[in-house]
Design a protein around this ligand. Sequence first.
Ligand SMILES: Cc1cc2nc3c(=O)[nH]c(=O)nc-3n(C[C@H](O)[C@H](O)[C@H](O)COP(=O)(O)OP(=O)(O)OC[C@H]3O[C@@H](n4cnc5c(N)ncnc54)[C@H](O)[C@@H]3O)c2cc1C
Length: 549
Amino acid sequence: MSGGWAAKELSEQGLKTLVLERGRDVKHIKDYPTAFKNPWDFKHRGQIPRAEKEANPIVSRCYAFSEATEHFFVKDNVQPYIQEKPFDWIRGYHVGGKSLLWARQVQRWSKFEFEQPLRDNYAVDWPIRYDDLADWYSHVEKFVGISGNKDGVETIPDGEFLPPWEINVVEKHIQKSIKDNYKDRFPIIGRCAHLTEPKEIHLEQGRGKCQARTLCYRGCPFGGYFSANASTIPWAEKTGNMTLRTNAIVHSIIYDEQQKKATGVRVIDRFTKETTEYFAKVIFLNASTINSNLILLNSKSNKFPNGLGNDNGLLGKYISFHIYRGRISATYDGFEDSYYYGRRPTQILMPNFRNVRKQDMAFKGGYMIHYSALRKSWNREVEGDQIGIEFKDKISKPGQWDISMMAQIEKIPEKEDHVRLSEDQTDEWGIPQVIASVGYNENDDLLLQDFHEQGSEMLKKAGCKNIKTIDSQQAPGLDIHEVGGVRMGVDPKTSLLNKWNQLHACKNVFVTDGACMTSTGTQNPSLTFMAITARAASFAVKEIKKGNL
Ligand SMILES: Cc1cc2nc3c(=O)[nH]c(=O)nc-3n(C[C@H](O)[C@H](O)[C@H](O)COP(=O)(O)OP(=O)(O)OC[C@H]3O[C@@H](n4cnc5c(N)ncnc54)[C@H](O)[C@@H]3O)c2cc1C
């Protein structure tokens, strides 16, 4: 996701760019083998067989892992890691990374998220503010193609939008009830990286309109949603400046003590296990949060015995994520004569309303809510005979309205939430295994409790029935929004990266994936990773041209 943006921006702006990818190539369209399959075309009708689940307990917990998508997920034995505390690390190792697998929900951060750590005294102050990123959000949004509505809500800034998806009748009813009952809550249609009406720039990428199939996790042959495979990587390739080397596992970054800068990277071939070194003026690290931490921690030299740039010992610390434990289910009686079009790839979202202008709750941080209302489908339980005309008639009609609500809860970064390298266990390529030590605390429980109370109250006021709160108790990681470890900041004593994503202590190394995040906000993260990457790449090119790098 972020590496594709670095490749696009650097090669488009004239730099000879080498992209190193640990996995195989995945060519847009050609390498989406299941994109047009029907359930009956799969040996197990799309399900993962029990033996495979038992062999892969971690990846099997990801909702998108199925017989139709498993070829894009990393199996548990490929790169083992040590869970000092439970942590489900979900990965996609191939060209495109997790941009093939994501759920494509995108929102800009507002000014509040950038200001909150300083104001409420957590993490460390962000060295940038919303205004530093606003134009880069626009730059990315125009190219990616984002559907959404200009809602004019301060906590969720508007962007460059293609037409929005529709809000159905029950969702509208709940939306109205929330707006009528609460001054500070604004449910809006979700914003997602789908082409509802492609523009010239998308057609130029060879992409077309989203067909509302929601088979996205298989790769979209229409290019209806944004992935690096459909978009940034082929775009970078077309410049003639990009070279892609696949099956190349970056082991570490080479630091030259005389020149006082990084000169290249050590790479292990996935198959032959041979080591090769590649040299460059600047290095962008976009291996995804945990792997970028790993690579830096593994880049040891006399100057940096604890990992590249790790003068203050904070590398790998303050790992954060989104808490995805909370859900609420409910039903709604009424509107039985209404239905909706297609399979919409988004939901209703409600930006954070807690601790927005000042910290006025007993907890720090906040949460974003997503909800949707769908009619029960043909596969619901129906009373009476399970065969015959009457049964067929019953299941041919849509069932009751079901409401599903979930929270994307901010995890306040804490020093003890960290990753480090094992001293005695390595993977198949001799690279140290990661030890993940990331968990929940009391603040997280208070946020979850608040969501359960507030969400239930909002649904009750809207006339919903059978309201049930759920705490899945799932481990961190399964949200797949892990960030931090190489955080940005003003002061080299308390952060690893400056405001341009350069390592304070080694300016020609840029870290622009989730590892750079100082805090996690309540929004889906990837749009911010992409905007930060485009901004840093443009800066790097200017610095090279000025002779500073
Ligand atoms: C099911 C699912 C749903 C999601 N939904 C959303 C959503 O709705 N909205 C949102 O914003 N985000 C979502 N995400 C998260 C999103 O996919 C990630 O935030 C994003 O892909 C991270 O981008 P990245 O560039 O850091 O890493 P990735 O996209 O994971 O790319 C990292 C790349 O680096 C390669 N790599 C790793 N290590 C090495 C190495 N040592 N050497 C060479 N190459 C290496 C990998 O193979 C991979 O290609 C979702 C993810 C999943 C799986």
